[in-house]
Design a binder for this molecule. Structure first.
Ligand SMILES: NC(=O)c1ccc[n+]([C@@H]2O[C@H](COP(=O)([O-])OP(=O)(O)OC[C@H]3O[C@@H](n4cnc5c(N)ncnc54)[C@H](O)[C@@H]3O)[C@@H](O)[C@H]2O)c1
Length: 262
């Protein structure tokens, strides 16, 4: 059964990594997907790949830091595909690395919030009337991070992701009676172009995950598809960690306290 037959979806930051995997997964399950990214060429490339695989997709340049650009993207999905059922807020900006707070730059702090948090707000605001008109199947899935739940470094990035979880909850209650569910997926470390040039960091990270590896974009896409689908019809406002178990324990301490260490 195709869970998204007849659905219309918009994914932000979908020219790469997790966003591209989400777009491919929704399309593979029957959705018509507007693949958007600030890099329009990459969005077009991902959309072309989906079409070549027999799916329905179109690429569209959208910078979530620009309200007009967001309005155009929402207008485009409605015009091309006849409505909007699923919004996935995936675009982010900012360096997840930690610098001393006194060495941080205000423009970088504001820039991280402008894309990661305010971008999602702009997309939700523009999409909501269409999602509310989707006959009870409207859904938003925000992409957060384990950084929004626990300290893994990165002040602005972590604060913006925590705030996104807060927006997820308030919006979930607000839009429930309009038939729109709002949830958040919090990925752990995922092997995407974000980590380009740091293969050893990914290898080291894997050792901290109870499930023994870092994530793949497809791991996150599967969870996003679940929360967007009717299978999650009675789930709203939650943060779903998709993190190989990293949030539920402290593997380093457990190893350190093992009997072989005495
Ligand atoms: N990779 C990880 O380890 C990891 C872990 C936790 C959470 N996440 C989250 O997953 C999401 C995707 O991350 P990824 O690793 O796939 O990143 P990525 O760098 O592979 O892709 C991010 C995409 O966002 C686009 N983008 C940047 N600014 C934009 C803007 N203003 N408007 C629209 N698009 C913009 C980029 O062009 C890029 O295509 C992000 O929200 C990130 O915070 C990633």
């Amino acid at each position: 059964m195709q869970r998204f037959e007849g659905y219309r979806a918009l994914v932000t930051g979908a020219g790469s990594g997790i966003g591209a995997a989400v777009a491919r997964r929704l399309a593979a399950e029957g959705a018509a997907v507007l693949v958007t990214d600030v890099d329009a060429d990459r969005a077009e490339e991902v959309a072309a790949g989906i079409s070549a695989d027999g799916g329905t997709a179109a690429g569209f340049g959208c910078d979530v830091s620009e309200p007009e650009s967001v309005a155009s993207a929402v207008g485009a999905v409605v015009e091309r595909f006849g409505g909007l059922d699923t919004l996935v807020n995936n675009a982010y900006a900012g360096n997840p690395e930690t610098v001393l707070l006194e060495d941080s730059r205000e423009d970088e702090w504001l820039g991280a919030f402008d894309v990661t948090l305010h971008g999602a707000y702009r997309c939700c605001r523009a999409a909501m009337p269409h999602l509310a008109a989707a006959g009870g199947r409207g859904a938003i899935v925000n992409i957060g991070s384990v950084n929004g739940e626990q300290d893994f470094g990165g002040h602005a990035y972590s604060a913006a992701k925590a705030a996104l979880a807060g927006l997820t909850r308030t919006l979930a209650v607000d839009s429930a009676e309009r038939g729109v569910r709002v949830n958040l997926v919090a990925p752990g470390t995922v092997d995407t172009p974000s980590w380009k040039g740091r293969p050893q960091a990914l290898v080291r990270a894997a050792g901290h995950y109870p499930l023994g590896r870092v994530g793949r974009p497809e791991d996150i896409a599967a969870a996003v598809a679940f929360l967007a689908s009717a299978d999650a019809g009675w789930i709203t406002g939650v943060t779903l960690p998709v993190d190989g178990g990293v949030l539920i324990g402290n593997l380093a301490m457990r190893r350190d306290l093992g009997p072989d260490r005495d």
